[in-house]
Write a protein that binds this ligand. Structure first.
Ligand code: PLP
Length: 308
């Protein structure tokens, strides 16, 4: 056993179930705490990314790290760790947590200005907080079978001209309000529109609709999801016509099929939207073909990186 494996084997007992890396140090997740004075907390001045591990394999690890770096750069954040180091940290966290199926997050937070320094974000250093915990899914086992029930809330998505939604962020005021509107309406999740009535995304997922066999997703107003990117590739492989363009709420709610997609859930067919029943209240055939192909290819190692 080499030194690294030895170290990880010793740590596993303490870190099982949740391992963290915070501001340069590894620790059990329960010990990972940030100062309440930090702007990452006080101003939601933080960006993050989440990558999934299934069956001991990361999915599109380098794509997630690349998006994370782009988000940090957009927010003028530069933690001490480079991309290769972040990759090693995430690998090590999954090994320490000792889980084959993991939800692995990376965050970069702004600290607070040193005493006496100008109270400006440029005066703050930024640092990483990463963790690996057992897999979390946004879809309940019941939703997996019956499909998601969606609704269009009154609250609008924050406009991209105010904050670029491609920078993964915790400015979830609109998405959180949408979740409450969905609960009130008896739905599982909300899909937010923008001020012009075009569909954007939901709390933690991108959306697609299918009209006359064409697979359509909003071009703007949401995150450039990595699962969404995977759907693009699947459409190409399966010969399904793909359209990336504005999608009006009318087109969306009247579509033949709808599905959402995210790291923490994969491809998630919907069976209801604003009370309207799609198909026969069962997940649609094209959505199911995409969902099944997605998981089958993942099981075969598609875009996978072994946790070693
Ligand atoms: N949109 C939002 C707002 C999200 O938070 C997420 C993921 O957390 C997504 C979309 C889906 O992105 P990905 O497929 O990269 O997980």
């Amino acid at each position: 056993m080499d030194a690294m494996t030895d170290e990880i084997a010793t740590l596993r007992g303490r870190y099982a179930g949740g391992a963290a890396y915070l501001d340069g140090e590894f620790m059990p997740l329960a010990e990972a705490k940030i100062p309440v004075t930090h702007w990452g907390y006080r101003r939601s001045d933080v960006t993050y990314d989440v990558v999934g591990v299934r069956d001991g394999r990361f999915f599109r690890l380098d794509d997630h790290i690349r998006r994370f770096r782009n988000s940090m750069t957009a927010l003028h954040m530069e933690p001490p760790e480079g991309d290769a180091e972040i990759r090693d940290i995430l690998m090590k966290l999954v090994l320490m947590a000792d889980v084959r199926d993991a939800y692995v997050s990376m965050e970069c937070l702004r600290a607070s200005p040193a005493p006496g320094a100008l109270r400006h974000p440029a005066s703050c250093r930024s640092y990483l907080s990463c963790s690996a915990v057992p897999w979390i899914s946004v879809v309940s086992p019941e939703m997996e079978v019956r499909g998601m029930h969606l609704m269009i809330p009154k609250v609008k998505r924050i406009p991209p001209s105010s904050f670029d939604p491609r920078v993964k962020n915790f400015h979830w005021g609109d998405l959180t309000e949408g979740m409450f509107e969905a609960k009130e309406a008896g739905a599982d999740f909300a899909v937010l529109t923008d001020e012009t009535g075009n569909v954007t995304e939901g709390p933690g997922f991108n959306v697609f609709c299918i009209v006359n066999g064409r697979v359509i997703t909003p071009a703007r107003g949401g995150l450039d999801g990595i699962t969404r990117l995977s759907v693009f590739e699947l459409c190409e492989e399966l010969g399904l016509p793909l359209e990336i363009r504005d999608v009006t709420v009318e087109e969306f709610v009247n579509a033949d099929e709808i599905f959402a997609c995210t790291t923490a859930g994969g491809i998630m067919p919907a069976t209801r939207i604003d009370g309207r029943i799609l198909g026969n209240d069962v997940p649609g055939p094209i959505s199911m073909q995409l969902k099944e192909t997605f998981w089958q290819k993942r099981a075969e190692g598609w875009h996978g990186t072994e946790v070693l």
